[in-house]
Design a protein around this ligand. Structure first.
Ligand SMILES: *[C@@H]1O[C@H](CO)[C@@H](O)[C@H](O)[C@H]1NC(C)=O
Ligand SMILES: *[C@@H]1O[C@H](CO)[C@@H](O)[C@H](O)[C@H]1NC(C)=O
Ligand SMILES: *[C@@H]1O[C@H](CO)[C@@H](O)[C@H](O)[C@H]1NC(C)=O
Ligand SMILES: *[C@@H]1O[C@H](CO)[C@@H](O)[C@H](O)[C@H]1NC(C)=O
Ligand SMILES: *[C@@H]1O[C@H](CO)[C@@H](O)[C@H](O)[C@H]1NC(C)=O
Length: 451
C-alpha cells in the first residue's frame, strides 16, 4: 500500500522532517516536507478528497525505481477518494513526473494543481502515448519550466489525455508565448486562464491560430502585455464558442475605431482597467455582463438589449447612461464617477433593477436631488455604500454632508407648493366665516355651515 501511495504521490520521500494534517470535516489533508520516516503520516490522508503537498525537492529521486503496479496496488489506487492534489514549493524533475503521471490513470483524481514549482529538464513522454487520465483540470501558478516552443512532440505524446482536458490555467508564470500547435491539441478545453503573464498582441495572435481551442468558452488574459484591442479581437474571433472573455488590467492604446466583430457567442466581457476612454464598438449584441470599471469613460451611449449587469465604477461619467437602452438590467455600478444626480424617473424604468451602487459621486443636494436618492435608498436599491458613501458636493450649505441628512420634507423642498394651498384655505375660511356671520345675524336661528 505504501508503495502505491509513493507512486501516486511521487514525492513521499522528501527531505526534512514533516507531517500531514488531516481535517476530517473538510476532507482536506495538508502535508509539509514529508520524509521517509514520517511516511505513515500520509496514510491518514487516504480518506481525504483534497491533498496538498508543500515543500521539498524531488531531484534526488530521479533514479527511484518505479516498476509496473500489481493488481492489488491498482485496486487500492482505484479505491482512493482523492479528487484534487496540490503540489506547492517543489522542484519537480520532469523525468520523474513523466514516469509517475501514468499511474494517475488508475485513480479518480480530477484536478492537479502546481503552485510555485520549478519544472526541471525535459521528460520522456512517449510512455504516455495513448494513455487516458481522469484529470480534467490542470492548474499551474507561478511555475517555471523549459520554454514550450519546440515541444510539439511531447504534447502529441500526451494528446490522448490532453484532448479530454476541460480546464487549463497557467497563471503568474511569465509566459510570453503559446505555440499555435498546442492549442490544436486541446480539443475539448472549455476554460483557459492565462492571467498574470507577459503575453503580447503577437503571441495571442499566434496562440489562437485557426483550429486552436475549438471548444473554448472561458478565456482570461487578465494582466498581460496586450496593447491592441483590435488585434485581440481578431485573435479571439476564431473561437466560435467563447462566452466569457476577461481582458482586464491590460493597457490598450486608442485604436477603438476597429471594425472587428467579437464572437457573437460572448456573454460576459471584462474590460475593467484597460485604459479605455471610449466604449469599444461594436460590442457583441448578446452581452449579459459588461465590466468597464476603472477606465476614463466620459459617456456610455450603447444599446444592449440583453445586458443584465453593467459595471462602470471609477470612470468620468457625468450622467446616468441612458437606461432605456438596457431593459433587462438588474445590476448597475456607478461608484466614483462625476454624476450629480440619479433621477428617479429614469431609474424606475429599470423594472429588474436589484443592485444600484453609486457612492463616491459629487451629488447636487437640491431638495429633489437628495430626495430622489433617499427614496432609492428607501426602496433598498442602494445597497452597502448607503449612507456613508453618498455625500453632497453642492449647494455650498450642504457640501460634505451625507445625502441622508439633507432635510427633504415637503415644507422645505417646495414651500410654494405648500404655502399656496394654505393661503387659499385661509382665504376660503375667511370668506365662509364672513358669509356665516352675515347669514346668522338676522335671527341666529340656524346653525352655521351645515355642510
Ligand atoms: C476543519 O475545517 C473547518 C472548516 O474550515 C474548521 O472549522 C475546523 O476548525 C477544522 N478542523 C481542524 C481540526 O482543523
Ligand atoms: C513563486 O515561486 C518561487 C519559486 O519558484 C518562489 O520563490 C516565490 O516566492 C513564489 N512567489 C509567490 C508570489 O508565490
Ligand atoms: C510588453 O510589450 C512591449 C512591446 O509591445 C515590449 O517592449 C515589452 O518588453 C513587453 N513586456 C513584457 C514584460 O513582456
Ligand atoms: C473583472 O476583472 C476584475 C479584475 O481585473 C475583477 O475584479 C472583476 O470582478 C471582474 N468583473 C467581473 C464582472 O467579473
Ligand atoms: C471609490 O473610491 C474610494 C476612494 O478612492 C475607494 O476606497 C473605493 O474602493 C472606490 N470604490 C469603487 C467601487 O471603485
Amino acid at each position: 500500500m505504501v508503495v502505491a501511495v509513493l507512486l501516486l504521490l511521487g514525492l513521499g520521500l522528501l527531505e526534512a522532517e514533516g507531517r500531514c494534517f488531516f481535517n476530517r470535516t473538510e476532507e482536506h489533508c495538508v502535508c509539509y516536507n514529508l520524509s521517509q520516516e514520517s511516511i505513515t503520516s500520509i496514510i491518514q490522508c487516504l480518506p481525504a478528497s483534497v491533498v496538498e503537498f508543500w515543500g521539498g525537492e524531488l531531484e534526488r529521486y530521479i533514479a527511484f525505481p518505479i516498476s509496473d503496479l500489481d493488481a492489488s496496488a491498482i485496486d487500492m489506487l482505484g479505491s482512493l477518494v482523492i479528487r484534487k492534489i496540490i503540489f506547492g514549493d517543489l522542484l519537480v524533475p520532469e523525468i520523474l513526473l513523466a514516469r509517475v503521471l501514468r499511474f494517475f490513470s488508475y485513480t479518480q483524481v480530477q484536478e492537479l494543481v502546481f503552485k510555485s514549482c520549478i519544472f526541471e529538464g525535459r521528460g520522456n513522454w512517449e510512455e504516455m502515448a495513448g494513455q487516458n487520465l481522469p484529470v480534467v483540470s490542470l492548474h499551474f501558478h507561478n511555475v517555471t519550466s523549459a520554454p514550450l516552443t519546440g515541444r510539439e512532440q511531447d504534447f502529441s505524446s500526451l494528446s490522448s489525455w490532453l484532448e479530454t482536458l476541460q480546464e487549463l490555467a497557467v497563471t503568474g508564470s511569465h509566459l510570453t508565448s503559446l505555440p499555435c500547435g498546442i492549442g490544436r491539441v486541446f480539443t475539448a478545453l472549455r476554460s483557459l486562464d492565462l492571467a498574470q503573464n507577459s503575453l503580447g498582441d503577437e503571441s495571442v495572435m499566434l496562440a489562437f491560430c485557426k483550429g486552436a481551442f475549438p471548444q473554448l468558452q472561458v478565456l482570461s488574459l487578465q494582466l498581460n502585455n496586450l496593447t491592441s484591442c483590435h488585434r485581440v479581437c481578431e485573435s479571439v474571433q476564431l473561437l466560435p464558442e467563447l462566452q466569457h472573455l476577461d481582458l482586464s488590467q491590460n493597457k490598450f492604446m486608442a485604436d477603438q475605431s476597429s471594425s472587428c466583430q467579437w464572437p457573437v457567442s460572448l456573454r460576459i466581457f471584462n474590460l475593467s482597467n484597460t485604459g479605455l476612454d471610449e466604449v469599444l464598438t461594436p460590442l457583441p449584441p448578446s452581452l449579459e455582463v459588461l465590466d468597464m470599471s476603472c477606465n476614463h469613460l466620459h459617456a456610455v451611449d450603447i444599446s444592449l438589449s440583453s445586458l443584465k449587469k453593467l459595471f462602470l465604477s471609477q470612470n468620468m461619467l457625468q450622467a446616468l447612461p441612458s437606461i432605456r437602452n438596457y431593459p433587462m438590467l438588474d445590476t448597475l455600478h456607478l461608484d466614483n464617477n462625476s454624476i450629480t444626480e440619479l433621477p428617479w424617473d429614469e431609474v424606475k424604468l429599470l423594472g429588474h433593477l436589484r443592485d444600484l451602487a453609486a457612492a463616491g459621486n459629487p451629488y447636487h443636494c437640491s431638495c429633489s436631488g437628495a430626495g430622489e436618492l433617499q427614496a432609492l435608498a428607501g426602496r433598498g436599491h442602494l445597497g452597502q455604500g448607503w449612507p456613508q458613501g453618498y455625500t453632497c458636493h453642492s449647494p455650498p450649505r450642504y457640501q460634505g454632508r451625507l445625502v441622508k441628512d439633507v432635510p427633504v420634507s415637503v415644507l422645505q423642498c417646495d414651500a410654494a407648493a405648500v404655502i399656496a394651498p394654505v393661503c387659499v384655505a385661509f382665504i376660503l375660511l375667511g370668506v365662509a366665516g364672513a358669509v356665516c356671520l352675515v347669514r346668522s345675524r338676522p335671527g341666529l336661528i340656524r346653525p352655521c355651515c351645515r355642510a
